[in-house]
Design a protein around this ligand. Structure first.
Ligand code: KIV
Length: 276
């Protein structure tokens, strides 16, 4: 384990120190190594791999086995960052006992540092059971993509009084259930600010304004690898274009006989060929 490993205590302490938490997703060893070199605090093996890796519209079909597969690859990078994995839809819905069994499985088989569970007040019993089993939990309230059918789509949550009250209650409940931090997704900036002031654990926003204790984004959005252009993201690179350009140049070099050259070839004593 790296000496200055980020732990749940490092993250909890950020509420008081006010040093912002920087979190990002990664789904394989190569990118986990790169984002870790960039000194992020948290790497999330998000079930957004449904969209970024598997070409699916929704995160609902993602399985435990798929999450374990990707989380294990990320852990091979031996990151200094705290690594968390999403509990996929269906793994925690059948109540605390089943949720603990699945959390233990994912925690044991992948070696991650924490799990993330989407869900508010209704999921509080499940979250406290998983924490009781000594598995650190990140909460996730506001827009919860696993519940897109119930929420009526992927849209901003909590604009009206009742909905805002519900999200505040959800955030309070998951903090009381023992989460060491929570994701606030797609909630209006003033509501995220109020929640951040009221809950005792750090909030990590995505589309929730700058007053959260930290921020998380999907890596493919940061790198310009995804086709979606969302209001709450920014592209810090254009890797889609660079990838197309690089592979086109590779294809052109092959077609024009410019690659490989002698420099890229292995050599031998050619007199041996006479004996063949
Ligand atoms: O699955 C995911 O990537 C997430 C984050 C964007 C918060 O849940």
């Amino acid at each position: 384990m790296p000496q200055d490993k980020i732990t749940i205590h490092t993250i909890r302490a950020r509420k008081k120190s006010r040093k912002k938490i920087c979190a990002v997703t990664a789904y394989d060893c190569t990118f986990a190594r790169l984002v870790d070199r960039a000194e992020v605090d948290i790497i999330l093996v998000g079930d957004s791999l449904a969209n970024t890796v598997m070409g699916l519209e929704s995160t609902v079909p993602v399985t435990m086995q798929q999450m374990i597969h990707h989380a294990s690859a990320v852990m091979k990078a031996d990151p200094r960052a705290l690594v968390a994995v999403d509990m996929p839809f269906g793994s925690v819905q059948e109540g605390p006992q089943r949720a603990v069994r699945n959390a233990v499985r994912i925690f044991k088989q992948s070696g991650v540092d924490a799990v993330k569970i989407e869900g508010g007040k209704k999921m509080a019993g499940v979250i406290s059971a998983v924490v009781e089993a000594n598995i650190p939990v990140i909460g996730h309230v506001g827009l919860m993509p696993q519940y897109r059918a119930m929420l009526g789509g992927l849209k901003v949550q909590g604009k009206e009084l009742e909905a805002a009250r519900q999200i505040l209650e959800d955030a309070t409940a998951v903090a009381e259930a023992g989460c060491f931090t929570m994701v606030l997704e797609a909630v209006p900036r003033p509501l995220a600010r109020l929640i951040t002031e009221r809950v005792p654990v750090p909030t990590i926003g995505i589309g929730a304004g700058p007053e959260c204790d930290g921020q998380i984004l999907v890596l493919h959005d940061i790198l310009g690898l995804s086709e979606r252009a969302l209001k709450f993201t920014r592209q810090w690179a254009s890797l889609a274009e660079q990838t197309v350009d690089a592979v086109s140049a590779y294809r052109k070099d092959i077609c024009e006989g410019n690659f490989p050259t002698d420099e890229h070839s292995f050599h031998m004593d050619e007199s041996i060929l006479e004996q063949l």
